[in-house]
Write a protein that binds this ligand. Sequence first.
Ligand SMILES: Cc1cc2nc3c(=O)[nH]c(=O)nc-3n(C[C@H](O)[C@H](O)[C@H](O)COP(=O)(O)O)c2cc1C
Length: 339
Amino acid sequence: MTAARAELDRLWARGTEFLGCKVAIMGGAMSWVSERHLVSAISNAGGFGVIACGSMNPAQLEAEIAATQAMTDKPFGVNLITMHPQLDDLVRVCLAGKVGHVVLAGGIPPGGAVRAVKDGGARLIAFAPALVLAKRMVRSGADALVIEGSEAGGHIGPVSLTVLAQEILPHIREVPVFVAGGLGRGEAILSYLDMGASGAQLGTRFAAAAESIAHPNFKRAFLRANARDALPSVQVDERFPVIPVRGLVNEGTKRFLKHQADTRDRFQSGELTKEAAQLEIEHFWAGALRRAVIEGDVEQGSVMAGQSVGMVTSIQTTAEIIAELMSQATAALAARSGK
Ligand SMILES: Cc1cc2nc3c(=O)[nH]c(=O)nc-3n(C[C@H](O)[C@H](O)[C@H](O)COP(=O)(O)O)c2cc1C
């Protein structure tokens, strides 16, 4: 092993120890994308795959965990969305399936779910969008945190990773912290390890991996896109909030603007109540991620992607992506020490 690789292993030792793998790079859970094939491929390549359960019911999750275990003997995690109506059942499925790490995403995790995960012997990973919430999550039992900047693909908060990392990393030493959002190269991962991160989470680059089941049209859209094409969804009227989602601009995102304006007009003319109008707006994207990822409709569907999409330049295997990130990080380390 080179001195640079040994140094990288030292820098992210807390992360690899916590995850139980060789490379402290997590595959961020992506609904429809992060299923058995991609998750097992990431774990088999030394990283840490995470199943996205957003679109699954308990029986589907049980089958997905078993199928993933059949494809890898390495550890992997499951990401549950806190507002899922069957959250408690999903936690039980993870524990019964001997999943070692449960990620609770999409809001502050309810106390009951936190206790259930921990009492069941699994490790709990939570998202922290601000320092106060990071401290609160640690107090309430999170074993690790992910800080995800607004550069990321999918649902995003307002603050970039550059700023979140400066706000949170120097102050949270109790648990390992993984950084996410906009990461596409090993040197960038290394810079956050230097600041105190224990590892990184990447989504966009893995969505375009050879083992990802995303439709060829979805991957082609990633290959064509630049960072500037991955924009947050736009809210037309402050009375009707829209949760920001970062994705590639297409016909669907343009139609969404018109849909919001039309729905607001129907509210103003008295045709719709405020609640009905809000629901109409929220329902616009129902099923749209599946449409893009599985059916390949990248014009009308939701092509969630991070700004890191500009660094997707070819279809690589997950092993190649991880090897490339590691070689960039170790080359930077070697250059530092003049070797
Ligand atoms: C297509 C897509 C779907 C995603 N779906 C989810 C999800 O279901 N749950 C979640 O916690 N994060 C989701 N994310 C966020 C990723 O887990 C990860 O944190 C993010 O992609 C990291 O930023 P990057 O894309 O710049 O690497 C999604 C991201 C993408 C690109």
